[in-house]
Design a protein around this ligand. Structure first.
Ligand SMILES: Cc1cc2nc3c(=O)[nH]c(=O)nc-3n(C[C@H](O)[C@H](O)[C@H](O)COP(=O)(O)O)c2cc1C
Ligand code: SF4
Length: 648
C-alpha cells in the first residue's frame, strides 16, 4: 500500500477532479513582464511544479485592476482581454501533466504603495491606513465598489476562456476582499459595510452566473487575522459558513494581514502545520472541501492533517519553491530526498525587495530558464570539494549530476557545516531536516564524504590531482583579541556553545555579546537551561541582520522570555572572572554586569590564509559560501550551484 494513501487519493473541487490532495498555493514571483504580461519564465516555473506531480496549482496573485490593484512591483493581470492568450499558454503547459490550474484573482486595496499606483492615492473600503503600510487610503465610492465587483467577474470569465480549471478569490492576508470582510478595516455605512460579506458574495455569485455553476470558485480567507478588532476565529467560522452557503466550491483557510505578517508566511519557529486547526474549525458542519495551509513541509504531516480530517486538501507553498518534485518524491517513497524548506524567508524578501522569486535552498527557483538541463560534460574529471557544509554538498551534487567525480573532504566528523550548530536552538528542527535532505541527496548520488579529514592542498594534489578545487571551508568566529579577558576560560564563541551547550552550566548567568540572530537564538537555548541571559548589542536594535518577519517574531519571543534581558547601545569593554564591563554608547556611562560566562556572537570572518594556500596550489580554485563572505544559506547555495553549474 502507498505510504501516503490519503495524500495521493483523488479529490474534487466542484466539478473538477484533482489527481491528489497536494496543492501549490499562490505565491507571487515577479516573473511576469514589467506590465504584468505572461512570460516564458512563468510557464517554465509552473510547468516544473506540475511535472513534479502536484495535483492543483493556484497561480500567484493576478490583479483585476492594474493601476490600483497591484501589491507588487509587477504582477500578472487579467484586467483586459489581451492577457487571455498568455494565460491559455500557461493553462496548457500545466494541464499537460494532469495538474489542474486555478487563477488567484486579487486586488490589493490599502495594502499597496503609491509607487505601484503611479503616485495616485491607494484605495480601500474605508479611509483607514494599514499600520504595516502607513499610507492613508481613499474610501471607494459605492459606485466604484460595484465596478470592482464587475472587474473580478470579468477576470474570472477571462480565466475560463483561457482554459483555466477554476479561480480562487484572494480574500485573505489583508487585501481588498479581506478588507471588506474585516470589522478592522470596513467601517462603511453603505450596503457593503452593513453587510461585510456582500462584496465577496456578489463577486462569487456573479462569477457563477457568468461562468456557469460548474466553473469552480475557491475562496481563500483569513479565518483569524490575529489583530485587535479584526476577524477572530469565531467570526472566521461565520464567514466560512456564509461563503460556503453562497456557493463557493472550496475554502482555502489562511490567516493574518500585513499587520500580523508572521502568521501569513511563517518563519522557521512556527510548528509544522500549526494553523491547520483553523481549517478544522472552519470545516465543521460544511459540505465543501477545505484546504489547509501554513508551514506544512513533510508528507507525513500532510497525511496526518488529512487523516485527522482537519482538511480535504493540503497546500504547501514554500515546499514547492524548495523542491519542485515534492509530490512525486512523496508518492514514490523518496520523501527523504525532498529538499526541506528552512523557513528563512529569503523568498518573500526577494519579492518584497522587487526582485524576482528566489529560494535559499533551491538556486534554480526563479531561474528555471537560465539554468535548464545540466550539461553532462564532466567526463569523470575529479573535483576536490573542501568542506561539507551546505555549499560543499550542493557543489558536489551539481558536479556529480554533470558527470564530474567530486571528492568531498570534511574536517569534522559530521557533514553539515553551520547547519550543525544552526539546528540546536529551540524550534529550529527544520534545519536538521534540511541537513538530512542534503545528506540523503548526496548519498543517493554515491558521493563519498571523507569526514574527519583535515585536507591540505599538497596532500589533495598528490592523492587526487583534481581537475579543480572548490573551497567551501566556511569561516571562523570573530574574536576581538583587543578586549581584555576574551581568552578567559569562561568565554566561548556562540558556535562552540551551540555545538556543545554543556560548556555552560545550567542556571548560570550568561552575557551574550552580539545581538544578531545567532545571539538571540543562543539566548533562547540558554534560557531553556534556566540560565539568566543578557544580550549585549552595540546597535539600538537586535537582529538587524534578519528579515523583518522573522525579526518581529523573534523580538516577541524574547520580550515574553523572563530569563532574557536585552541591553542595546552597549559596548563590551572587558571580561572579568564573574563580571563584564560595558559602556553605554548613548551616555558614555560605564556599567558592570554579573556573568559566570560570556558567549561571543560577533559574526564570522573568512579563512583568508587557508584560501590563499588552495589558490596557490591549484589554478582552478573556486571559493564558495561563507568562505567568500560569511552570510546565510541562500548565498552559500547560490554560489556553490553557480560554480558547479558553470565549471568548464
Ligand atoms: C514568496 C511568497 C509569495 C506569496 N504570494 C502569495 C500570493 O500571491 N497570494 C496568496 O494568497 N498568498 C501568497 N503567499 C502565501 C502562501 O500562499 C502561503 O499561504 C504561505 O507561504 C504559507 O504556506 P507555506 O508555509 O506552505 O509556504 C506567498 C508566500 C510566499 C512565500
Ligand atoms: S527561501 Fe527559505 S523560506 Fe523561502 S522557500 Fe526557500 S527555504 Fe523556504
Amino acid at each position: 500500500m502507498a505510504k501516503y494513501p490519503l495524500l495521493f487519493s483523488e479529490g474534487k473541487i466542484g466539478s473538477v477532479t484533482i489527481k491528489n490532495r497536494v496543492v501549490m498555493p499562490p505565491m507571487g514571483t515577479i516573473l511576469c513582464g514589467p506590465d504584468g504580461e505572461m512570460t516564458d519564465h512563468l510557464i517554465a516555473y509552473y510547468s516544473e511544479r506540475a511535472a513534479g506531480g502536484t495535483g492543483l496549482i493556484i497561480t500567484e496573485i493576478v490583479t483585476v485592476e492594474y493601476q490600483f490593484g497591484k501589491a507588487l512591483a509587477s504582477q500578472l493581470r487579467l484586467d483586459n482581454d489581451r492577457y487571455i492568450a498568455g494565460f491559455s499558454r500557461l493553462a496548457g503547459a500545466v494541464q499537460k501533466y494532469g495538474t489542474k490550474i486555478f487563477a488567484q484573482l486579487h486586488h490589493a486595496g490599502r495594502q499597496t504603495y503609491t509607487n505601484f499606483t503611479d503616485g495616485k492615492q491607494i484605495v480601500a473600503p474605508s479611509a483607514i491606513a494599514s499600520k504595516a503600510i502607513g499610507i492613508e487610503p481613499r474610501a471607494l465610492t459605492t459606485e466604484e465598489v460595484k465596478e470592482l465587483v464587475q472587474k473580478f467577474i470579468d477576470a474570472a470569465v477571462r480565466a475560463q476562456i483561457a482554459g483555466f480549471d477554476g479561480v480562487e478569490l484572494h480574500g485573505a492576508h489583508g487585501y481588498l476582499i479581506n478588507q471588506f470582510l474585516s470589522p478592522h478595516s470596513n467601517h462603511r455605512s453603505d450596503e457593503y459595510g452593513k453587510d461585510r460579506l456582500r462584496f465577496t458574495i456578489e463577486i462569487l455569485q456573479g462569477i457563477k452566473e457568468k461562468c456557469g455553476s460548474d466553473f469552480p470558485v475557491i475562496v481563500r480567507f483569513s479565518a483569524d487575522e490575529f489583530i485587535a478588532d479584526g476577524i477572530n476565529l469565531q467570526e472566521g467560522r461565520r464567514i466560512g459558513a456564509a461563503i460556503a452557503d453562497a456557493g463557493a466550491d472550496a475554502l482555502h483557510v489562511s490567516s493574518g494581514t500585513y499587520e500580523s505578517m508572521p502568521v501569513i508566511i511563517e518563519p522557521y519557529m512556527y510548528k509544522e502545520g500549526w494553523k491547520s486547526y483553523l481549517a478544522q474549525e472552519v470545516k465543521q458542519g460544511l459540505n465543501i472541501p477545505v484546504i489547509a495551509v501554513g508551514a506544512i513541509k513533510r508528507p507525513a504531516k500532510a497525511e496526518e492533517i488529512l487523516s485527522q480530517k482537519k482538511a480535504d486538501f493540503v497546500a504547501l507553498g514554500r515546499a514547492h519553491l524548495c523542491d519542485s518534485q515534492w509530490a512525486m518524491k512523496a508518492q514514490s517513497g523518496n520523501e527523504d530526498t525532498i529538499v526541506t524548506c528552512i523557513g528563512c524567508m529569503h523568498c518573500i524578501d526577494s519579492i518584497f525587495s522587487m526582485r524576482k522569486i528566489e529560494c535559499a535552498v533551491n538556486a534554480r527557483t526563479g531561474r528555471e530558464l537560465e539554468f535548464q538541463e545540466f550539461k553532462k560534460d564532466g567526463m569523470g574529471r575529479k573535483v576536490a570539494v573542501i568542506g561539507a557544509g551546505p555549499a560543499g554538498m550542493e557543489a558536489a551534487r551539481v558536479l556529480k549530476l554533470r558527470g564530474f567525480e567530486p571528492v568531498v573532504y570534511e574536517q569534522s566528523n559530521e557533514a553539515g557545516g553551520q547547519l550543525i550548530p544552526g539546528c540546536k536552538p529551540p524550534d529550529k528542527e527544520v534545519i536538521k531536516w534540511y541537513q538530512n535532505s542534503l545528506l540523503k541527496n548526496v548519498e543517493e548520488l554515491n558521493i563519498e564524504i571523507k569526514t574527519g579529514v583535515n585536507a591540505q592542498p599538497q596532500q589533495v594534489k598528490s592523492n587526487d590531482n583534481p581537475y579543480a578545487v572548490i573551497v567551501s571551508i566556511g569561516a571562523k568566529p570573530i574574536v576581538p583579541s583587543i578586549i581584555p579577558g576574551v581568552n578567559n576560560e569562561n568565554v566561548f564563541n556562540a558556535i562552540e556553545v551551540l555545538n556543545n551547550p554543556i560548556l555552560i552550566q545550567d542556571k548560570s548567568r550568561v552575557s551574550i555579546v552580539g545581538g544578531g540572530m545567532t545571539g538571540c537564538e543562543l539566548a533562547e537555548l540558554l534560557s531553556n537551561k534556566n540560565c539568566m541571559v543578557t544580550i549585549i548589542e552595540m546597535q539600538s536594535e537586535l537582529a538587524t541582520n534578519e528579515n523583518e518577519i522573522t525579526r518581529t517574531a523573534m523580538l516577541k519571543r524574547l520580550e515574553d522570555n523572563k530569563n532574557i534581558q536585552i541591553l542595546t547601545c552597549h559596548k563590551l569593554e572587558s571580561i572579568k572572572e564573574d563580571t563584564v564591563e560595558l559602556e553605554n554608547l548613548e551616555t558614555g556611562e560605564k556599567k558592570q554586569l554579573s556573568a559566570d560566562y560570556t558567549a561571543l556572537s560577533l559574526g564570522l570572518s573568512p579563512l583568508v590564509n587557508e584560501i590563499r594556500q588552495w589558490k596557490e596550489m591549484f589554478d582552478k580554485t573556486f571559493v564558495v559560501g561563507d568562505a567568500v563572505f560569511p552570510s546565510k544559506v541562500a548565498f552559500a547555495i547560490r554560489t556553490a550551484f553557480d560554480v558547479a553549474y558553470t565549471l568548464s
